[in-house]
Ligand binder design. Sequence first.
Ligand code: ADP
Ligand code: MG
Length: 729
Amino acid sequence: MTASIARPEAVANGYASSASNGHAPSNHTKGRLTDIAFGSNVFGLSAMKTHLPKEVFKSVKKTIETGHPLDPKIADVVAAAMKDWALAKGATHYAHVFYPLTGLTAEKHDSFYSPDGEGGSIAELSGKLLTQGEPDASSFPNGGIRGTSEARGYTAWDVTSPAYLFDTATGSTLCIPTAFVSWTGEALDTKTPLLRAAQALNTHALRVLKLFGHTNPAMVVSYAGAEQEYFLIDRSYYYKRPDLMLAGRSLFGAMPAKGQEFEDHYFGAIPERINAYMIAVEQELFKLGIPAKTRHNEVAPGQFELAPMFEASNVATDHQQLVMVTLKRVAERFGLVCLLHEKPFAGINGSGKHVNFSIGNATQGNLLDPGDTPHENAQFLVFCAAVIRATHKYGDLLRAVVASASNDFRLGANEAPPAIISIFLGEQLADIFEQIKAGGAKSSKSKGTLEIGVDTLPKLPKDPGDRNRTSPFAFTGNRFEFRAVGSSQSIAGPMLVINTICAESLDFIATALETAVAGGKAVNVAISELLAKITKEHDSVVFNGNGYSEEWHVEAAKRGLPNLKTTVDSLPALQRPEVVALFDKYKVLTPRELHSRYEVAFEQYVKSVTVEAKLVLSMARTMILPGALRYQTEVAASCSSLKALGIATDTALLERIAGLVTTVEKKVDGLEKTMAHGAAKTIVKEAAHFCDEVLPVMLEIRSACDSLEGLVAHDRWGLPTYEEMLFVK
Ligand code: ADP
Ligand code: MG
């Protein structure tokens, strides 16, 4: 498919490869999911058990399951076994995979083979090569942590996230998940602080569990299950839309006659090509040991969702990155393109990533499981109160960590969820916390609508009224669901924040209880007093109503909950002294590391909006105006011929087109000037300039162009329309 074909041809191609022409796509997946061995491409615990000497296996397992420091002596043995396993499966290269601050996945590939000195080659992977890599990688954003001259950066093997084989048509690569740090040991990635935060959560959750009388509790971990929304469009349209190709979203495009108003796509029958695609995605993920449950059509036409089974947050995060890569890669096979942008189509629902999380361990199970009678389940109430307190104290941080130029079109726009961070508890729990505040919980409302007591996949609540889709942070039976995360974002940021703020709350709780008990108070008395105090101070973050309503915005302001509408409004939370101290205290991010992230987030924002603004300029000038001008000439010619023949003519259409063309021309020139003024002194000021001055002009240009789209002859319009992109599957 080339970029130079005309739109009618692109439309024809899209139709030919779609299932809507009555022919099944030729590249259907023949195999069945059951033909594929789950995790066959993963060097996880079961492969290690087969391939490692018993003592070495035990040592690795101990590190993974208890957080025990890795024994450096075993690296050589593990590396050799890993290499043999990979070679036997056809791998030729290995790669340290890391997660830089772009939010993407990066890899440095090396061949296993090196010259053996006798004209041949030998396959090698030493313990040193496994545990440490040194990609130059100086071009990744670092927010001032290192100068370009200080290029040294290291990758360090993360033994807790299993290595895997990544298959492509040309061969497979052994991928080793790693942390990426600078020469000074400062984190340059998203994994390092996530691992540090998980450690902090474990430390303080264990203290709380000990207060509940558990003498030797197993390591406490947080679990994450991220539901991924995405759009699929035919590839031929994609290559006719520079905006989709370079910015991931359409910067122009009038609403089709039919949008999502019928909601007939939601949970509708999955079109054949899409179904084949979903099966192929599942197969790839299964090989990688990612338990994906492919799901359903979403609300918008062309939108779909995939939900994997939850895993420990570090592994879930790495797997989530693989899910995004796989969704994009497999789409190519089917002549499709997968769009992960938060808002590819204006006026149509955007895509998010619902991050479900819980806290638990091997001995106590899910600590956020309320059981049958939550009011009597003090341990659950304490962990739940910790989450409530954390969300209230650090709502602005939760908002900041999901801030991006693209997510701004969901959060803070008139779409789910709002930019105000509040918690939905559901009727039963809200009632219990009300009772606690009033002096003690005596009863639990009947659990008709509440989901309880399932350690594996939860059953959906029977009563859909129990769900609140408008809440950014909702209790859903035995876990919380953070819904503000953007569809293209890494879940590392949200999970590291959740782990850190929960660790802080659990630390606060453990300290308060330890002190009270040391002072002679009975532990159950201390717990009820503390629960009442936390509820009184923090339950203003609890909101069970409609988060989209105007009243909630007013009410939230009264409660003092921040409503940070844009990235530029939100990011300063990363420099709030309490937040800086929080990350420092729990050794998740030093003030310097945090500041670097703050800088990088602003830089990314400015870069994204700059690319979009440049696209608006070039597309308006070279694609939209030329088509409109040609059509304008035709209409003008028609008017003058009629006039020459003495027939009365109405020039209204011509005038409307001419008026819009002039508007676009003027505004485009204005946009160019505004952008040139953008080089403000600091990145923060520059971001504000783009947010307040550049984006609004882009919108005005779009609006005039979209009006033109409704007037200009179809065959004079160069861009594939929303109708074509959204409805041809
Ligand atoms: P819904 O559409 O109701 O939100 P889904 O089944 O689509 O439900 O998604 C639920 C997600 O939550 C899945 O990724 C699932 O693995 C995850 N999940 C379920 N239980 C837990 C838990 N205890 N901790 C973390 N994630 C969980
Ligand atoms: Mg959900």
